[in-house]
Design a protein around this ligand. Structure first.
Ligand code: NDP
Length: 294
């Protein structure tokens, strides 16, 4: 069994991006600029946004963080989105999800200019993804595709089972794995809360991607010998022995599942850092460097 070191792979990608930024700077061109909007003070969202800003600093991207009260009216948040759309200096931006329940997430996402939608959530980008046209891919599934590519994992003809069908992870993941591309070319099964005999599907997976948000849902008996397991879940479990008061757990029971796998991502240090690498790659593309090969 080999652990897929997403942290290390993402660091290599960020170094490549950093070199590209230096080239851009040296030729006197505009440095790519990513903005993030953080609504309210959800501690997990704050952690994710800070990690994104830090990655920008590390690679030399320009970054702007816009924080608003959690009570902000939807119309005012739409106003911020429009300002960012119109700001010529901003190449791409994200509105960190989840948003407070009084705000309609779809309305906010649809207001983002598809050309600046570096999270890849806008219907235009998702539609182009389905058609295999150039677009900004949803960051987490894109980061996972980068993992397959960087680790040389052959996905062609494999049965890929995706657990979870959210619009930001599970559904786009299932589409990318089924596309006529490499990585891709899988036969895909997309499971969700209404799936019957889910464990049987899991046991038949050559590649199992868990994105449900249920801590340690996937146990050893649900995994085929030699499978590749990608754990997207990031769940906070109370742990008084930690300074923070919690520990992170994935959707996979790592200790039971890892010995059966050929490859597995850990939590933390697997998919999480790859999401950031994909986000910055998208920002580079949004800045006009569309052919950037990472
Ligand atoms: P959502 O809550 O939006 O979606 C969860 C999905 O899991 C739904 O499709 C739901 O089914 C399905 N599900 C829930 N319970 C079951 C069950 N018992 N059996 C089968 N399917 C079930 O979650 P997200 O996609 O936003 O996130 C999933 C996880 O990934 C979370 O832990 C999140 O923190 C993490 N995440 C990690 C990222 C990273 O960078 N590593 C980025 C984004 C998310 P249904 O549709 O029927 O309700």
């Amino acid at each position: 069994m080999k652990i897929i070191d997403g942290k290390k792979i993402s660091e290599v990608i960020l170094e490549d991006l950093g070199r590209k930024v230096t080239e851009i700077k040296n030729s006197g061109d505009k440095i790519p600029h990513l903005a993030a909007v953080l609504v309210g003070n959800n501690p997990a969202s704050e952690t994710y946004v800070n990690a994104k800003v830090k990655a920008c600093e590390k690679t030399g991207f320009q970054s702007t963080l816009k924080k608003t009260e959690g009570t902000i009216a939807e119309s005012d948040l739409l106003g911020i989105v429009r300002e960012l759309n119109d700001d010529q200096d901003i190449d791409g931006f994200i509105v960190q999800l989840p948003l407070p329940s009084h705000i309609n997430e779809h309305r906010i996402i649809e207001a983002i200019s598809p050309a600046k939608d570096v999270d890849g959530f806008h219907p235009v980008n998702q539609g182009k993804m389905v058609l295999n046209l150039p677009c900004l891919l949803p960051a987490t599934p894109y980061g996972i595709m980068m993992l397959f590519e960087n680790c040389g994992i052959d996905t062609s003809g494999k049965h890929c089972v995706v657990l979870g069908r959210s619009h930001i992870v599970g559904t786009p993941m299932s589409i990318l794995m089924g596309r006529k591309t490499s990585p891709g070319n899988c036969t895909v099964t997309l499971c969700h809360s209404k799936t019957k005999n889910l464990e049987d599907f899991c046991r038949s997976a050559d590649i199992l991607i868990a994105a449900m948000g249920i801590p340690e849902f996937v146990t050893g008996s649900m995994v085929k010998e030699g499978a590749v397991v990608i754990d997207v879940g990031i769940n906070r479990l109370p742990d008084p022995s930690k300074k923070s008061g919690y520990r992170l757990a994935g959707d996979v029971k790592f200790d039971e599942v890892a010995p059966k796998c050929s490859r597995i991502t850990p939590v933390p240090g697997g998919v999480g850092p790859m999401t950031i690498a994909a986000l910055l790659t998208n920002t580079m593309k949004a800045a006009g460097y569309k052919d950037i090969k990472i």
